[in-house]
Each structure stands twice: as structure tokens, then as C-alpha cells.
Design a protein around this ligand. Structure first.
Ligand code: C2E
Ligand code: CA
Ligand code: CA
Length: 733
């Protein structure tokens, strides 16, 4: 049943007389070839239909001719291409592509075709214009591939044409409109139009048409700005109807969607009346005021936002707080303010520079904002102070949870340039108590609570209570009194002996300041020192004590000319270490040996002053004068013996808190005992002398003696006494 194709050649064989005898048939099986031919025909058919019916133009194009115009002939074209170019198939086949190419694109087209053949490429894409039979221009995106024959030499091109006229025209229109818009803005021409009381536009000037990119025909007859204005026009319309011959104009600024985007327009409308005073028409003159409005918005932003952190500023915070309070009043809910202050920000700022400080504030602001609900407000009041407004508060627990969350979120270190920085904060919490709570009071209460948190050691939160108000008031009174005390000289220096362990004799005296308060009697430093430091008054107090102590030292050195000479130790505030020149001046004026003056500075203060380089310099300058330095209160702060090597100190004063355990534990098993003993040994190894403070009993003294302590000081020997008291004591000894 298999069909075979055969090529049959038949010849007739004749006899002598020429009569036909028989046929000779040669049969050649050509099935193979036939099948190949059929397949070819089929693929031809298929090609034809894809080619012909392709939705985009396709053509087979000949290679560039050798003639000077290097024209390329159409060998085959499909229907889509014919339609695109507006020619019949036969017409196109008699033409070259140059005949239909837009003259301006001719050169490039030719160059690209030639380059493809000569450079041995395989395809290129180009966007070019063609001129249709009816003269219209079409834009085509052209994909050209070079087809090679079996020997590899170029045979023809296959080109695909996609009509992109629409897109090109849009692009072009856009470009033109941008240009036009630029002209409008540059010319600042006023847009003038007229419209009837029902807002039907009756006239639009050139500038108006240009601005909205519509022809006057398109515009007139439509309603004035109806389809472009952003906001509801009702109010404006109502205003227009109220115009009267006495006040015939109104102005309005509104936003409209113009071809140049969303723009602010300022309109001045004038009503035109008939003889009876009825409005017959309006004339409107418009200006684009977008730039001005944006500038205003920027200004407004600056008025209400902190430019550094982009958080609301104090003004906006207070405004929101006011609103929140009146809302809370209506809904009988509560409002809370959290006052957040960075601990030791000044140290960071001074040591790492303002830029790092700013970066830190920005980062802190971001973290704060990140941990709040969207309806809460985080603001920056200024400096390193942030505030947070929380609405709808039910109880204190909610707030302490928030405070804890904030503390937690600030715990991971901040990466600033090359440094990693840890930050702690103090938080004050206050919430509205009465219905008529005023916003300033609430903020002040939160501030006071924050202040309490600082006083209680920082890195913590405190909830405001009424007593803080009284405390704050007391502080205010004290501050005023302290200022007066500085003016009137209400201070007195007390002295406490420092005893040499080896011979039990008074080696020197520590000057301790007292305030002889006219009403409250003798005040100890702890009652006024923190205010003195906060207000900066401490600097004047310290200078006065220094001078007094030096005078007293000189008097005693003359009266008791022991060898070695009596020394005097003065304390200096971490706020400000003595200025070396001032010390030199006082020493010179009073005439004492600089080495008999000891300056006591706490370890913490040295650490801080080291951060602010200038103070580090001051320490060395004091040393250069010959003054001796003591590290005070060792054991209270960092307690790092490594610091002893870094700072140019001569004495280490071990804090009283270590000594408390001594004497009670005579068997010597106490940890404190071992620590003090180790400290003394290490300090000696560094070449420093040790003073132990707060010695109150003979047992303590004996233990310290056993440890090789150099000097002792404490109530066991003598409490701090006025200068006269010390003189009596010395006379006895
Ligand atoms: P400080 O420098 O550690 O002074 C030693 C303090 O311990 C003194 O308290 C002294 O009275 C007390 N003290 C001494 N021996 C004993 C004892 O055996 N038992 C007990 N319980 N206490 C003892 P004071 O005079 O109240 O001074 C407190 C702090 O005020 C001083 O601590 C010092 O840091 C600071 N201070 C005192 N005078 C001045 C000053 O003129 N300027 C500055 N900036 N600070 C000063
Ligand atoms: Ca001291
Ligand atoms: Ca001390």
C-alpha cells in the first residue's frame, strides 16, 4: 500500500520494417526527491502565510547596489508594510527603500545598511521616518537582519517594520508642551479669560490657551477651569455671586492640573454689571504662583519642623499638645508627655565634634519615631531634648512600658562615622491630671521629672509627682540665695588634717568649703554644690577657696616651720579645672612653694576633661608649675588603676566607701580589705603616694598601717575645722 514516486522513461523498440515491437521502460524511484520538494512547498506556504499575514511590516530587501546611491531594492513585501506605506505590492517591488525614506533619515539608513554588510554584523535596529504615498510621515522602528547564503556571503536583508508614529508624536508633543510651558513661565504672561455667571467661558487670551495647551475654540463654551481644578469650587462660586458694583473684585488661589503638572494659580476676578447692577460676565486674570506657594510651604515647614531631625519642633509640639488636651477634655481621657534627654551629650559633642553630635541626634530622632504609634508625636525641643506626646493614656503602667521600650530601642550602639557610640537617656514622664491642664504646665512637669531622673543617676525614668514642684521651687530659691552668697562672701573654708602614717604627724590639710547661710546656718557642700555647678557659680567659689587656702597655708607654714612644710589640698570642680595662669598668679602673690599646694580632682572629672583636650592640657600645665595633683574619690567612678598611668598625678585618694568595711573585719577575709591592700601596692608600684579617706577608728588605722598606706585622713583624727580650730590643734600637738 506504500506509494512510490517514479520517474518513468519509456522508449519504443521497432523491427526492420519499422513496425512497433515493444516498449522499454526505465523506472527510477524518486520518492525521496518528491518528498523533499513537497516539504519545501509546504514550508514555502508556511513562510508565505506568516510573512503575508504578519501584523507588522516585513520585507526582504536586496543588498545595497554598487551605484553611488547604494539603493536597496524591495524583493518581497508583505501586506502590513504595503498598508503602512500606502503603496500596492507591485508598486513597492518596483521601488528602492530610498524612494520611501524621509529625506532627513536617508543618510543614516544607508550608512547603517552598508556598515552591516561590510562590517560582517548580523542585525541592527533603527528608528526612522518614511513618507507614505499620501505624503504623510510615519515613524517606524526597523529591525534589520542580514541573511547569508550557504557560503557565508551576504545574500539579502530581512527587515521588520513597526509603526511607532503614535508614540513618537506623543513624545514630540510632550517636548513641545514642555517648551511652551517654559515659555509661559518665562514670559510670566497673565492668563485672561471671561466667563458668564454660569461659568461658561466666553473668551480666553493667547496666554491662557498656551498655558492649558488648548485652542480658544476648544476652551470657549466649556465651563471655566471645571475639569482641572483640584478643590471643590462651590465656595468660590458663591463668593462670585456676592460681588456688587461697590466691591466688584474677588481673588482666589487654587491648584489646577495643567499640562505643566499640578500648579498653583492666583485669580483676580472682576464682575461686569449691566445698567441694573446685575452681573452679566466676569473677567478673570490669572497668574502661576506655584514658586511662591512652594517657598511659603517651605517656610511653613521651617517654622514647625526641626531642620536637623525633621521632627516637629517646639511650636508644633505645643500646638499638638494643646489639641490633644482639648480632645482629652471632651473624651475624658488622658494625655502624657515624655521628656527625653540624652545623658552626657555635651561630652560627646565636645569630644567628637558637632557633626558627630548632629548625626547622633538625627539617629536618636529616627529611633524614637520608629518605636511610636503613628498617632503619637515625637518632637525635638532643641539641643539634646526630645519630647513625646502620647494620647489616650489609661494608666501609668502604659507609660512606663513606653519608657522602657524607648530605653531599649536606644540601647544598640550608634554607628557614627568610624565610631560606635553607646547612649543612655533620662526620661521624665507626666500626664494630664485635671481637665484644665495647660500644655506648658504638662511640659514643665515632664521636664522636672526628667531632671529628677538625672539627679538620681541618669539612664532611668521618673514619673512626675507634685513634690517635684516644691523641690523645683526650693532649688530656685537656693539658686538666688547662692548668687547672693557669692556676692557677699558668705563662705568659709574648713580644714581637715591629713596625717602621715609613719610618724602620726599632720602633714597637710584639705580645704573644704562651707556656706554660712544667714538663716539656715552652716551648710555642707552636698547641699549647694550641685546647684553651684549647674549655675557655674562653682568656678567663683573654687577660686575664692583656692586663694583663702593658700593664704592660710602661708600663715601656718610660717608659724610651724616643720620640715617638710605643711601642705594644703584644694578641691576643684569637674566643671572647670583651675586655669594654670590664675594659679601661678595666686601662688606668686601669696608667696608659697608651689609644691605645697595639692589640687584634688576626681577620677570622673579627669576622664571627662581628657575628652575635652584643653583640660588635659591644664592638668599638665599645673604640674609644670610644680603643683601636686591628687586623684580624688578613687573607687567611686571608673576605678581604673590604668588611669593613674595616663594622668600626671602624685597622690591617689581612696574613697571612704572602701574603708567602711575595714576594722569590722579584723580577720582580713573581707574582699574590700584585699582590694584596698592591692590598690596600695599597685599605686606604690606606679610611684604614687596613697591617702586613705574617712578613717574613723583605731582598727582601721592599724590595718592601713599594715598595708603600707602613706597618709590617712578622717574623723578619727579630726573633723574638718575652721582655720582657728586647726591652729589650736597644732599648738597642742
Ligand atoms: P571630698 O573631697 O572627698 O572630701 C572629703 C569629705 O569627707 C568631706 O566632706 C569630709 O568632711 C568627709 N569626711 C572626712 N573624714 C570623714 C570621716 O571620717 N567620716 C565621714 N563620714 N566623712 C568624713 P564635705 O566637707 O562635706 O565635702 C564633701 C565634698 O564636697 C568633698 O568630698 C568635695 O568633693 C566637695 N568639696 C568640698 N569643698 C569643695 C570646694 O571648695 N570646691 C569643690 N569644687 N568641691 C568641694
Ligand atoms: Ca577632696
Ligand atoms: Ca574624696
Amino acid at each position: 500500500g506504500h506509494v512510490v514516486w517514479a520517474l518513468l522513461s519509456v522508449s519504443m523498440v521497432h523491427d526492420e520494417e519499422g513496425e512497433p515491437l515493444y516498449f522499454v521502460s526505465q523506472i527510477q524511484n524518486i520518492s525521496e526527491r518528491k518528498r523533499a520538494e513537497e516539504a519545501l512547498k509546504e514550508s514555502e506556504q508556511r513562510f508565505r502565510s506568516t510573512f503575508e499575514d504578519a501584523p507588522i511590516g516585513v520585507a526582504l530587501v536586496g543588498l545595497p547596489s554598487s551605484s553611488p546611491d547604494s539603493a536597496t531594492r524591495y524583493l518581497r513585501v508583505n501586506r502590513a508594510l504595503c498598508e503602512m506605506l500606502g503603496y500596492a505590492e507591485e508598486e513597492l517591488l518596483s521601488m528602492t527603500s530610498s524612494d520611501v525614506t524621509h529625506p532627513e533619515d536617508l543618510e543614516e539608513s544607508r550608512a547603517r545598511a552598508k556598515r552591516l554588510v561590510e562590517a560582517g554584523g548580523s542585525k541592527y535596529t533603527i528608528e526612522k521616518r518614511y513618507v507614505r504615498s499620501d505624503g504623510r510621515v510615519v515613524w517606524a522602528m526597523l529591525n534589520v537582519s542580514l541573511v547569508r547564503d550557504s557560503e557565508g556571503s551576504p545574500s539579502h536583508f530581512v527587515s521588520q517594520y513597526q509603526d511607532v508614529t503614535q508614540r513618537k508624536e506623543t513624545e514630540e508633543a510632550l517636548r513641545r508642551s514642555e517648551e511652551r510651558y517654559r515659555n509661559v513661565v518665562e514670559e510670566q504672561t497673565e492668563l485672561v479669560c471671561r466667563f458668564l455667571p454660569d461659568l461658561t467661558l466666553t473668551f480666553a487670551n493667547d496666554a491662557y490657551c498656551r498655558y492649558f495647551e488648548k485652542s480658544s475654540e476648544e476652551l470657549v463654551g466649556g465651563r471655566f477651569l471645571d475639569d482641572v481644578r483640584e478643590a471643590d469650587h462651590a465656595y468660590y462660586e458663591e463668593q462670585l455671586t456676592r460681588l456688587n458694583p461697590e466691591s466688584p473684585t474677588a481673588t482666589v488661589e487654587e491648584r489646577a492640573l495643567t499640562p505643566g503638572g499640578l500648579r498653583w494659580l492666583h485669580w483676580a476676578d472682576t464682575a461686569i454689571f449691566d445698567v441694573d447692577g446685575r452681573i452679566v460676565e466676569y473677567q478673570s486674570v490669572g497668574r502661576d504662583v506655584t514658586e511662591r506657594r512652594e517657598a511659603e510651604e517651605r517656610l511653613e515647614y521651617q517654622a514647625f519642623y526641626d531642620p536637623l531631625t525633621r521632627l516637629p519642633n517646639r511650636a508644633l509640639f505645643m500646638d499638638r499638645l494643646d489639641h490633644a488636651l482639648s480632645r482629652a477634655n471632651r473624651q475624658e481621657s488622658k494625655v502624657a508627655v515624655l521628656f527625653v534627654d540624652l545623658d552626657n551629650f555635651k561630652v560627646i559633642n565636645d569630644s567628637l565634634g558637632h557633626e558627630a553630635g548632629d548625626q547622633l541626634l538625627v539617629a536618636v530622632g529616627e529611633r524614637l519615631k520608629g518605636c511610636l504609634r503613628p498617632e503619637d508625636t515625637a518632637a525635638r525641643l532643641g539641643g539634646d531634648e526630645f519630647t513625646i506626646l502620647i494620647e489616650d493614656v489609661n494608666n501609668v503602667n502604659e507609660l512606663t512600658l513606653i519608657a522602657e521600650r524607648i530605653t531599649e530601642i536606644l540601647q544598640p550602639p550608634f554607628a557614627l562615622e568610624e565610631q560606635e557610640l553607646f547612649v543612655t537617656i533620662s526620661i521624665g514622664i507626666a500626664f494630664s491630671s485635671s481637665a484644665e491642664e495647660r500644655s506648658e504646665n504638662l511640659l514643665r512637669a515632664a521636664d522636672l521629672a526628667m531632671y529628677r531622673a538625672k539627679q538620681r543617676g541618669k539612664a532611668r525614668y521618673e514619673v512626675f509627682d507634685r513634690s517635684m514642684h516644691t523641690n523645683a521651687l526650693e532649688r530656685l530659691v537656693l539658686e538666688t540665695e547662692l548668687r547672693r552668697a557669692v556676692e557677699l562672701g558668705e563662705f568659709k573654708v574648713y580644714y581637715q588634717p591629713i596625717v602621715a602614717v609613719e610618724n602620726g604627724r599632720i602633714a597637710g590639710l584639705e580645704a573644704l568649703v562651707r556656706w554660712e547661710h544667714p538663716k539656715r546656718g552652716l551648710l555642707l557642700p552636698r547641699e549647694f554644690l550641685s546647684i553651684a555647678e549647674e549655675t557655674g557659680l562653682i568656678v567663683r567659689i573654687d577660686h575664692w577657696v583656692l586663694r583663702e587656702a593658700c593664704k592660710q597655708a602661708r600663715a601656718w607654714q610660717e608659724r610651724y616651720p616643720n620640715a617638710p612644710l605643711l601642705t594644703v589640698a584644694v578641691n576643684v570642680s569637674p566643671k572647670q579645672i583651675f586655669h594654670p595662669e590664675l594659679v601661678a598668679k595666686i601662688l606668686g602673690e601669696i608667696g608659697i612653694d608651689p609644691s605645697t599646694l595639692h589640687v584634688e580632682i576626681t577620677e570622673d572629672a579627669m576622664m571627662k576633661s581628657n575628652a575635652a583636650r584643653s583640660a588635659d592640657y591644664a592638668l599638665r600645665a599645673l604640674k609644670d608649675l610644680g603643683v601636686k595633683l591628687a586623684m580624688d574619690d578613687f573607687g567611686m567612678g571608673y576605678s581604673s588603676l590604668a588611669h593613674l598611668k595616663r594622668f600626671p598625678v602624685d597622690f591617689l585618694k581612696i574613697d571612704r566607701s572602701f574603708i567602711n568595711a575595714l576594722g569590722q573585719d579584723i580577720n582580713g577575709t573581707s574582699k574590700d580589705l584585699e582590694i584596698v591592700s592591692a590598690m596600695i601596692h599597685l599605686t606604690h608600684a606606679l610611684g604614687l603616694k596613697v591617702v586613705v579617706e574617712g578613717v574613723e577608728s583605731l582598727e582601721q588605722l592599724e590595718q592601713l598601717q599594715g598595708m603600707g598606706c602613706d597618709f590617712v585622713q578622717g574623723n578619727y583624727f579630726s573633723e574638718p575645722l575652721p582655720g582657728e580650730g586647726i591652729s589650736v590643734l597644732m599648738d597642742i600637738l
